[in-house]
Design a protein around this ligand. Structure first.
Ligand code: GLN
Length: 534
């Protein structure tokens, strides 16, 4: 039988519920348990695929092609879990299932209501994680206790525990214990009130995880235990880590959180060995090869979360190369006005990430040109690859009006064009080329050297694609096609040979990078940047 852990949040948002849930999952997996994870998001979008990064940060793509919340990236990076469509449900997704069923006559004669129909659908989403090969399912509930829109989810997990039995379900509540500088004191009252809100709807946390900036004193732990109705052993301190989020699992392991969870669920403790993780952390915190500076040229540079997986993959690649990666965030639009050199001077490598719409594209193309001409290691991702093809066509092949059909539908030199099977699609949600696709690499290229094999699979999220009509002219002028779909029909990677390291891929290599195993393209890009620096 699959046991369940539900992670809720209180007091404020942005406490790192995803990182906490992922850290617990990592520790439980290390103890030999088979774990699955899921995030339930209370907003009405069916999935975050249609949301701007300004609203939601990065859209994380799974192997099976779901456009999901970025917390799923934490689940995969920390716990090495492969997420699926069933790993992310929103209110919108739950409601559309129920409403579609109602239209089909599925509730004929009945009044369709939030309770029981919506809550039953939420419970079905949770149960979709149950399987013979799943020991523990961890479900994170988005939002904060007290939000109106979270209520059906909280009611569903309350019922879940009643039905599954108290020893089979653990409620973990993540809360915040602020330090009030003026008073020189830590305050437990917001946590007491947050637990009070949960208690009012019938949920009593089994474990309280307290985010804080400073160590909590014994007196705080006792107070929280007594007034939140949680045994003192189950009140956990999760203080800000000193250097790196990957320290969180170690911090939780030191407090035996995983062992306590297992004991609560009636499962044997087994052994924990996180020495490889600790070794990785040591390299992350004290790299031996100094610093390498990488410019990321995008259009959401002020947002920490917009390119989340890219920044993480750079950190992983730093670990793999024993070097600290310093990111210089460059707004593509700024370069349109003032030129690339001003912003890119002195960097060791340049990365142009994915994106949609024409804002900032000319700046990204400038960045490509600067990297190509100045022989600075370069990695282009998705739109970044499309910018490479446009730049190369314009400035090397002299097709001066070359463009993507996304930005200029009328150009004759549409070196990037809408994919054939996208032409009849009008709906926006979930309709791109999404998820994992195989790719065959050309021997001897940067890509084949990086992956160490020629058959790979990576995740995609795009509508436009390299236009094969231009393959000959681009190759004659020195662009290498180093990766294609196995049938050769779609170009997935391009490179420039007369350059220290210049590679651009149509897929998103960042999604499969983990701290223990950096994505090969990212790893070699950072290595080339380090060599360039030397
Ligand atoms: N806008 C481009 C396309 O749809 C690139 C997408 C991306 O970078 N994810 O093909």
């Amino acid at each position: 039988m699959t046991k369940h852990i539900f992670v809720t949040g209180g007091v404020i948002s942005s406490l790192g519920k995803g990182i906490t849930a992922a850290s617990v999952a990592m520790l439980l997996r290390n103890r030999g348990y088979r774990v699955r994870m899921q995030k339930l998001d209370p907003y009405l979008n069916v999935d975050p695929g249609t949301m701007s990064p300004y609203q939601h940060g990065e859209v994380y793509v799974t192997d099976d092609g779901a456009e999901t919340d970025l917390d799923l990236g934490h689940y995969e990076r920390f716990a090495g879990i492969t997420c699926q469509k069933s790993s992310n449900y929103t209110t919108g997704r739950i409601y559309s299932t129920v409403i579609n069923r109602e239209r089909q006559g599925g509730y004929l004669g009945g009044t369709v209501q939030v309770i029981p129909h919506i809550t039953n659908e939420i419970k079905a989403a949770i149960s979709s994680l149950d399987a013979d090969d799943v020991d523990i399912a961890i479900t994170e509930i988005g939002g904060t206790a007290g939000d109106i829109e979270s209520l059906p989810f909280l009611e569903a997990i309350r019922q879940y525990k009643v039905e599954a039995g108290p020893q089979n379900v653990l409620f973990m509540h993540l809360t915040y214990v602020p330090y009030i500088k003026a008073a020189g004191e830590m305050k437990t009252k917001p946590s007491q009130q947050s637990v009070g809100i949960l208690r009012g709807i019938g949920i009593i946390p089994d474990m309280l995880v307290c985010r804080c900036e400073k160590h909590m004193a014994e007196e705080h732990l006792e107070k929280l235990s007594l007034f939140c109705n949680v045994h003192k052993d189950m009140v956990i301190e999760e203080k800000d880590v000193a250097n790196n989020v990957y320290e969180v699992p170690v911090d939780l392991a030191n407090q035996k959180v995983d062992a306590k969870v297992l004991q609560f669920l009636g499962l044997p403790e087994r052994t924990l060995d996180i020495s490889d993780w600790e070794q990785m952390l040591k390299k992350a915190i004290e790299p031996q090869s100094g610093t390498v500076e990488i410019a990321v040229v995008g259009k959401y540079m002020s947002l920490q979360d917009a390119y989340k997986s890219i920044y993480e993959a750079l950190i992983h690649s730093g670990i793999a190369n024993d070097v600290k990666v310093k990111v210089r965030r460059v707004e593509a639009e700024d370069m349109e006005k003032e030129g690339a050199a001003k912003f890119l001077e002195g960097v060791d490598g340049i990365l142009v990430p994915g994106g949609f719409g024409d804002r900032g594209v000319d700046g990204k193309i400038e960045a490509v040109k600067y990297a190509r001409e100045n022989k600075i290691p370069f990695l282009g991702i998705c739109l970044g690859m499309q910018c490479v093809v446009i730049e190369f066509a314009r400035n090397v092949c002299k097709l001066t009006d070359a463009n993507s059909a996304e930005f200029d539908a009328a150009t004759k030199n549409n070196v990037i064009d809408l994919m054939e099977d996208q032409k009849s699609i009008t709906a926006k949600g979930g309709t791109m080329r999404l998820g994992s696709y195989p790719c065959t690499l050309k021997e001897g290229t940067n890509s084949a050297k990086a992956y160490g094999e020629i058959d790979i699979a990576e995740r995609h999220r795009h509508r436009y694609e390299f236009n094969s009509k231009f393959a000959d002219v681009l190759q004659e002028n020195g662009l290498t096609i180093s990766g294609t779909s196995p049938d050769g029909g779609l170009v997935e990677i391009v490179e420039i040979e007369d350059h220290p390291w210049f590679t651009a891929c149509q897929y998103h290599p960042e999604f499969k990078s983990t701290p223990l195993k950096a994505n090969p393209l990212f790893r070699d890009f950072v290595k080339a940047s380090l060599d360039n620096k030397k």
